[in-house]
Design a protein around this ligand. Structure first.
Ligand code: BTN
Length: 327
């Protein structure tokens, strides 16, 4: 992996680099170079191009994640809450990694980002498409003295924090789709996965995993089974930078997690409602095999979804169902 990353760093500017230069920088022979490039390409799915007689390049420049740059862009108050900021080149899933670290006793406030996930996980057993070097995949561990049942508002609070982070990174027109999908122009631009565990009376822990589409090409996105958008499109052709956007996410998520208090549920709901993108719209609720058509009329004081159908309004909790706009 170290050799693969060295190669990525050498090619990251997107320019053409001669075989001779790359081989010299890596300290290997020209003969060994081709094999090394092919291996890195295969391992990371980089799409390295070879230009006859001139050298090698990436199809587009890459901005690699740097823990130092992300940390430097955080407020001091946020930095104080964090107990670690790991940037991994390659992982199965940042959330699985952070769960493992939690099992080993990692402290609250551990953040992990990865350049790529081999088995990125989405809600309801879906996979999260996670190619190398172009999006953000991030997980944070937080521990609470509270019972897991008291963490019901976290899912909405974290969704609001991610929506606000993307706005801070320059995207206009960001909305939320219950419970915490982040949408732009009715397409998904970011998703969250919260994994809560603990003792019935507390303490408890949550791992919040966030995936943000920053710059996906059509080939990479072919496996996504729902309408998607990325920050590049939302910002008119160029996103704010991977490290800058990552810092905006860590900043707001940390404040939301550190400040979470179930007694302040009303404020969490108000903040979430300000970004609600689908209230009053015809929707379909998907609950396992069942489909229920109705009008989504908002959220109740517990954060449950309210669906009006056949003259009645019913509440559904997150986890049970997912919401699909019909329009
Ligand atoms: C969703 O289905 O909307 C949730 C997607 C969550 C994806 C993120 S990417 C970082 C973290 N690691 C994972 O395996 N999943 C989450």
């Amino acid at each position: 992996m170290r050799r693969h990353l060295e190669i990525v760093r050498l090619l990251a500017d997107g320019g053409l680099h001669s075989g001779e230069t790359i081989a010299r920088r890596l300290g290997i022979s020209r003969a060994a170079l081709w094999k090394a490039l092919r291996k890195a390409d295969e391992a990371l799915g980089l799409g390295i191009e070879s230009v006859r007689g001139q050298g090698y390049r990436l199809p587009r420049p890459l901005e690699l994640l740097e823990a130092g740059a992300i940390s430097a862009a955080l407020d001091a108050q946020v930095r104080e809450h964090l107990t670690g900021l790991e940037v991994l080149a390659d992982v199965d899933s940042t959330s699985s990694h952070v769960l493992r670290r939690a099992d080993e006793g990692a402290a609250s406030g551990l953040v992990c980002l990865a350049e790529r996930q081999r088995a990125g996980r989405g809600r309801r057993g879906r996979t999260w498409v996670s190619p190398f070097g172009c999006n953000l995949y991030l997980s944070i561990l937080w521990r609470y003295p509270l019972a897991p049942a008291d963490l019901g508002g976290l899912s909405l609070a974290a969704g609001t924090a991610v929506g606000e982070a993307l706005m801070a990174a320059g995207a206009e027109g960001i909305v939320l789709k219950w419970p915490n999908d982040v949408h732009w122009r009715r397409r998904k631009i970011a998703g969250l996965l919260l994994e809560v565990s603990g003792e019935a009376q507390g303490p408890s822990q949550v791992v919040v995993g966030v995936g943000v589409n920053l710059d996906l090409d059509a080939a990479q996105a072919a496996a996504i089974d729902q309408p998607w958008a990325d920050m590049r499109e939302a910002l008119g052709g160029r996103h704010a930078g991977r490290n800058r956007t990552a810092a905006a996410l860590v900043q707001r998520l940390t404040l939301a997690l550190a400040g979470y208090d179930p007694a302040r549920m009303a404020g969490i709901l108000d903040d979430w409602r300000r970004l609600d993108g689908y209230r009053g719209e015809p929707v379909e609720l998907i609950a396992g095999e069942r489909r229920i058509a109705g009008v989504y009329v908002g959220i109740d004081p517990q954060g449950a979804l309210l669906l009006e159908s056949d003259g009645a309004t019913r509440a559904f909790m997150a986890g049970e169902v997912s919401l699909r706009p019909r329009a």
